[in-house]
Design a protein around this ligand. Structure first.
Ligand SMILES: Cc1ncc(COP(=O)(O)O)c(C=O)c1O
Length: 365
């Protein structure tokens, strides 16, 4: 096969797979083709997005606007926020826990058993002591179990990951309850990182609003850019307080900037894409997109229920949970399966796709 044919074949296979997945929280069918001209340069946002560097084939102006957008959405203090565009939710989680560990080097990390695997990777990388806490059937952390575990580390600060949408069930922890639980047992040195990989861009529109942002007591929040917003490559945003990040930053002569991000060379394209997306959609577009997805998720629960499948979702969630499905359905629709399976409605998901999956799930294989 010559190379052109291989590329054509790969494109067709990715396109077909893209039309037939409902199991991962990635948006479909966005269009960034107007931005293709940027692909002819080595766009690299070396260094701190809030500083000018020596290398200027960059998009840090737009990156700052992306960070500013999410800082406002997450009610960060307007005079004390900072952030950057990451390679994805995993990097945001590692960064959040890194800040937590630098602030409380003797801290113990707490996170529920429903937490994404990137967090256990982060605590191992950072050599942080940790406790895996029980969770309830909805996927929410068990505050009593968290307190019990913390009591055996009396006097040590806590570095907590709050899930604002767990990977399998979109369960949501409550940052206010987490802080109150530690206060009850006399632990007042607490850093909370909200992992809002999927839900961050729409969490503020959920009614009642999840308790997850800076006003609610978070110290850092991460989202994935390729999940709800959509991007042709993985990316994300992490937002924190400027005062936190000042503890880790170092001046680097070689780049003429501070080294405050986990990656050295960073994509200049991801900020351009995310900027384009938020400028095109705006807050109202994000809200509308969430409402459309939410309505479709409700439809899927009802349709599955009427066909005898025990499907459910957390309030206003886009993740529909059901018992594990047959292997052929799992393979075709790329459904992740653990003790439960799920489908996730994201922008670009259609009723036709949901109907096709529901039919496949409820017909004899
Ligand atoms: C809750 C949660 N956090 C973090 C991540 C990791 O995000 P990424 O794949 O962008 O690194 C995921 C990915 O599915 C997730 O579901």
């Amino acid at each position: 096969m010559n190379d052109e044919i291989r590329l054509d074949a790969l494109y067709e296979s990715m396109r077909t797979a893209n039309d037939n997945f409902l199991g991962y929280p990635f948006a479909k069918h966005f269009d960034y083709s107007r931005l293709s001209r940027f692909m002819t340069m080595t766009g690299n946002n070396l260094g701190d997005p809030f500083e000018k560097g020596i290398y200027r084939v960059d998009s840090r102006d737009l990156e700052r606007e992306v960070v500013e957008f999410f800082a406002a959405l997450f009610r960060a203090p307007s005079d004390d926020y900072w952030g950057y565009v990451t390679n994805g939710g995993t990097e945001g989680n590692i960064f959040g826990l890194y800040l937590g560990r630098e602030i409380y080097p003797e801290g113990v990390a707490y996170f529920s058993r429903d937490t994404h695997y990137s967090v256990s990777k982060a605590v191992r990388l950072l050599n942080l002591a940790y406790e895996v806490v029980q969770s309830d059937d909805s996927g929410q952390i068990d505050y009593e179990d968290m307190k019990l575990r913390a009591q055996s580390h009396a006097g040590r600060p806590a570095v907590v990951v709050a899930n604002i949408g767990t990977t399998m069930k979109e369960g949501r922890d409550n940052v206010g309850k987490i802080r109150a639980a530690f206060a009850e047992i006399g632990i007042d040195r607490v850093y909370v990182h909200s992992d809002a990989a999927l839900c961050g861009p729409y969490a503020p529109f959920i009614n009642p609003r999840p308790t997850f942002d800076f006003v609610d007591g978070a110290d850092s929040i991460t989202i994935s850019g390729h999940k709800f917003i959509g991007a042709p490559m993985p990316c994300g945003v992490v937002v924190t307080r400027r005062s936190h990040v000042e503890r880790i930053t170092r001046a680097i002569d070689y780049i003429g900037s501070h080294d405050s991000t986990l990656g050295g060379s960073r994509s200049a394209y991801a900020p351009i894409l995310l900027w384009y997306a938020i400028r095109s959609m705006g807050i109202e577009g994000l809200r509308r997109s969430f409402e459309q997805c939410e309505a479709l998720a409700g439809y899927a629960v009802r349709e599955l229920g009427e066909r005898g499948v025990r499907a459910w979702r957390n309030p206003s969630a886009l993740t529909v949970v059901f018992p594990p499905v047959r292997d052929d359905v799992k393979a075709k629709w790329q459904l992740a399966s653990q003790d439960v399976s799920h489908l996730i409605v994201t922008p670009g998901t259609t009723k036709v796709q949901l109907d096709a999956l529901i039919t496949a799930m409820t017909s004899k294989g």
